[in-house]
Design a protein around this ligand. Sequence first.
Ligand SMILES: Cc1cc2nc3c(=O)[nH]c(=O)nc-3n(C[C@H](O)[C@H](O)[C@H](O)COP(=O)(O)O)c2cc1C
Length: 261
Amino acid sequence: MAKESFFKPFYSVLVLAFVCSFLVSLASVGLRPRQEANRTLDRKKNILLAAGLFQQDKDINTLFSVIESRIINLATGEFVPETEMSVQDFDQLASTNDKKLSRSLSKDEDTAGLRRLEKYSLVYLVTDNSRLSQVVLPVRGKGLWSTMYGYVALDSDLRSIKGLAFYEHGETPGLGGEIENPTWLAGWHGKKIFDDQGNMALKVVKGRSKAKGEAASYEIDGLSGATLTGNGVELLFHFWFDKQGFKPFLDRLAQEERTNG
Ligand SMILES: Cc1cc2nc3c(=O)[nH]c(=O)nc-3n(C[C@H](O)[C@H](O)[C@H](O)COP(=O)(O)O)c2cc1C
């Protein structure tokens, strides 16, 4: 019987490993456009969910056609013309890794645990009979274990919440993961972020809110056994609805709405 080469099994394993890794990378590259398209569709679905416009049996792109996507400069609150920056090509989260498109936050500023803040943000405008009916804003902030990514829809008064949806997080299912629970999310509807003087007033309380009257409109029930995630959600609101976040944009938009009657 011919003697087997000592190296033959190693060659076979090497060739097999090479072929497998080639096939895996081919699948990964080939599936990337589809993954990207699914991610975009999921974001659209969550924007619609926050705005209360999602319908299970309808095409997401058709539903989304009533929403206008724009880019704003966070510091000035101004819209950026499409000729300067294209909504289609703008990757807001990726821009936080670009030194020209973002800045690092000091420890005192970074109350939502973001480390870096982008200069530009996407915003989504919902109009009804050519009047602004809602604005949906992308938000994110640290929970207990992870960064929570979501959308907040504001009513046309630009201070009342129409809805909230989280599309990505790594909080514990059944505890912090309850930020996705539709019953808890429904409790945000109609709550106010700012008081009559325009100051941030929203709180996520521990347990059930005992507030009565006007005070109740600023309080959200906490998540049972997940106060730390709830605190993260409150801090996220305090960050994004202050001057470094969407406050300049909302003030400008409110001014524009008043001017346009
Ligand atoms: C395995 C494990 C996972 C947990 N996950 C979360 C979580 O996702 N969010 C959270 O706020 N607390 C989580 N907790 C609980 C926190 O450590 C903390 O006890 C809780 O936030 C306090 O909230 P409470 O005062 O409402 O009980 C977890 C605890 C354990 C042991």
